[in-house]
Design a protein around this ligand. Structure first.
Ligand SMILES: [Zn+2]
Length: 245
């Protein structure tokens, strides 16, 4: 699939061009962002083997990474001109796209965008892992939770915010998370909740079962030997630091 990059908003005469290559990636940016490409390349290469090994895949081609100079140009490129500022990266089957860490917008920092590029790479790697099965109907909590987990996006702030929201209301169910649109998902704290689901599944049952789940989501009850409801109950107990039955 080929993708045309629309003219960059507010960037006269400055379009994305191939500006750096590393072992597994080719980086496209404007002249103004060339100085951030070394750091992006190091970050991606440092995470590449762990993620492809976890998933048991080999990606036999270079992956293009497109770095957009600002949030507005990125939203134009992904055809979501009205997206909220927290939409700053996209990982598809063929390439990674992101907002430049040098100009992260109102929702992120340089450091958090360095995690987001890893997050987007995980999405691409999961596409490869699913192969012919594709991503239609794939679970949003598994997709986002695993990407956040590998990108190291869980922190004490997220844990505490999930924990304290639990004392006020019941969290959305896994099915509700699965059915939410991209924007609804963000607004219901879907990223924070999803990362705790994936963390729970890995801490309690190991990474191998999680990878099997990524490949065969429909077999969740066979893989874990439990109903989805029972797993969901265990997750809530895990969040509340209760003994898991
Ligand atoms: Zn994501």
């Amino acid at each position: 699939m080929f993708l045309t990059i629309p003219e960059l908003v507010g960037q006269n005469n400055d379009s994305l061009k191939l500006a750096k290559e590393s072992l597994h990636f080719g980086f496209y940016s404007t002249n103004g962002d060339i100085k951030v490409l070394d750091s992006l390349a190091t970050t991606l290469e440092n995470n590449y083997s762990r993620i492809t090994n976890h998933l048991g895949i080999q990606i036999n081609k270079k992956i293009n990474v497109k770095v957009f100079p600002n949030v507005k140009a990125f939203h134009a490129a992904i055809n979501l001109p009205d997206a909220p500022d927290w939409v700053v990266g996209k990982g598809s089957a063929n390439e990674l796209m992101m907002v430049s860490p040098l100009n992260p917008g109102s929702s992120y920092t340089y450091e958090s965008l360095m995690q987001i590029i890893v997050h987007e790479f995980v999405h691409l790697a999961v596409y490869y892992t699913r192969a012919d099965k594709g991503m239609a109907g794939f679970s949003k909590w598994l997709s986002e939770g695993y990407a956040c987990y590998e990108a190291g996006q869980i922190n004490e702030y997220i844990r505490k915010s999930i924990e304290s929201s639990l004392s006020e209301k019941v969290p959305p169910t896994w099915t509700q998370l699965e059915r939410a649109s991209e924007i609804e998902f963000g607004n219901m704290n879907g990223y924070g909740l999803s990362i705790t689901i994936v963390e729970f599944l890995i801490v309690r049952y190991g990474i191998n079962k999680l990878v099997l789940l990524i490949k065969e989501l429909e077999n969740i009850e066979t893989i874990y030997g439990l109903s989805k409801d029972a797993l969901e109950k265990q997750w809530i107990q895990y969040l509340k630091h209760e003994q898991i039955e």
